[in-house]
Design a binder for this molecule. Structure first.
Ligand code: SF4
Ligand code: SF4
Length: 390
């Protein structure tokens, strides 16, 4: 289905209203604590109108512009991950019966149909990886599945890339290609509204839209093309699994000891990372337990705790685990790399470690100095420097 309509800017509110009257809670991007995050959205005036972002290794800043646009920014710290795979939740509880036996009960879950406006192509790609793992694997996850099935997704095609974006290198953006109900391409005068599903069409037929002109479609396409051309970071030619396995003893890993803090920020903001830890919390009287799952990071030493010992005691070992899994052995598990090129781990690393630079440095012969400029990309001299998040 590929129906393109034009929604004038002053009628964007009608899309939100229509989604609400169709029974959806609406969520969209908003400025909060100097970053763009997703939260409940009732009115267009809550959107980040005239806000753009500047991103670099260890740096994320919002800036005001004189643009009338609502989506003139790249990815914020949040992807869809917290909405489908929540950071902490109780999965089940147990109660001790008077006879001493245990009664288990599932934690009830209430989800409402939810429409999310403003999802980028890279985050749709990450969602599709999570769908494969959490919904279509041998052991579907009921919590993820229930939340995921409640979503109606309105994608936004990127018209500008941050300096940290490299979705063209992973093949995941900047145009949304699948996994959404509607997509918006923003022009100054309004939006090219593309219908991708039947339920998307059900919403659009109730809107006061016109045919998109070929000139408008061309301008939207040119904007997306411009976002692709803006990207300067790239990846070594793949697949990378064999190359990374061959580089497992590369001396470059040791340099991470002086740089990586093992804070796990990169895994928290990464839209594809889904490591989790489970534990039971016992009530003080010992009569009840809650089984809690929460996000885990391979940068946490306990992540590699097996049979009484921590396997990856050194920070470079943990970084190596993350990088070789994300860019290498994910291929074996999912038939693709675990990176969708969103650039979040670069911007939100407090010391500005840049995966694209690390990969470029690792996949050259030991003993040869890493290039000052990565292939097709650039080093802006901030990696390893002072971080600025506002
Ligand atoms: S590894 Fe970094 S760039 Fe790739 S998807 Fe994760 S956060 Fe985004
Ligand atoms: S690479 Fe950066 S964000 Fe990731 S654990 Fe190390 S210091 Fe933290």
């Amino acid at each position: 289905m590929n129906i393109q309509r034009f929604l004038p800017r002053d009628r964007l509110q009608t899309l939100i209203d229509q989604l609400m009257s169709a029974g959806y809670d609406v969520i969209g991007p908003q400025v909060r604590d100097h970053a763009i995050i997703f939260d409940h959205l009732a009115g267009v005036d809550q959107l980040p109108i005239g806000i753009t972002d500047e991103q670099a290794p260890g740096r994320y800043r919002l800036e005001k512009s004189d643009s009338v646009r609502c989506f003139d920014w790249a990815t914020g710290p949040q992807a869809l991950k917290p909405m489908t795979f929540v950071s902490r939740e109780t999965l089940w509880r147990s109660d001790r019966r008077p006879d001493g036996s245990l009664a288990f009960r599932e934690e009830p879950m209430v989800t409402r149909p939810t429409a999310i406006i403003g999802i980028r192509a890279c985050d749709l790609a990450a969602l599709s990886i999570h769908d494969r793992h959490f919904m279509h694997g041998a052991h579907p996850d009921p919590q993820y599945s229930q939340r995921r099935q409640s979503l109606f997704l309105v994608a936004v095609n990127c018209m500008r890339s941050a300096a940290t974006c490299f979705c063209t290198a992973t093949g995941d953006g900047p145009r949304a290609r699948s996994g959404y109900d509607l997509s918006l391409s923003e022009l100054d005068e309004g939006f090219i509204l593309e219908v991708h599903t039947e339920r998307g069409r059900d919403v659009v037929v109730r809107l006061d839209v016109t045919e998109a002109t070929s000139a408008q479609i061309e301008r939207a396409n040119a904007g997306i093309e411009q976002a692709a051309k803006q990207q300067q970071r790239t990846l070594p030619a793949g697949p990378l699994q064999d190359k990374l396995v061959a580089a497992v003893e590369h001396p470059h890993w040791k340099t991470l000891d002086d740089r990586c803090l093992s804070c796990g920020n990169c895994t928290a903001v990464c839209p594809t990372c889904f490591c989790q830890t489970h534990g039971d919390e016992i009530s003080l009287d010992g009569r009840q337990t809650s089984h809690v799952r929460q996000w885990e990071s391979c940068f946490n030493p306990d992540h590699s705790y097996i049979h009484g010992i921590v396997i990856r005691t050194e920070r470079p070992q943990r970084y190596r685990q993350w990088l070789t899994h994300k860019f290498g052995t994910w291929e074996e598990q999912f038939g693709r790399s675990g990176c969708v090129g969103c650039g979040r781990c670069i911007a939100w690393c407090p010391v500005g470690i840049d995966v694209t630079e690390e990969l470029a440095a690792l996949l050259i012969e030991p003993g040869i100095e890493p290039p000052a400029e990565q292939p097709g990309g650039k080093s802006d001299g901030q990696s390893g420097g002072v971080a600025h998040h506002e």
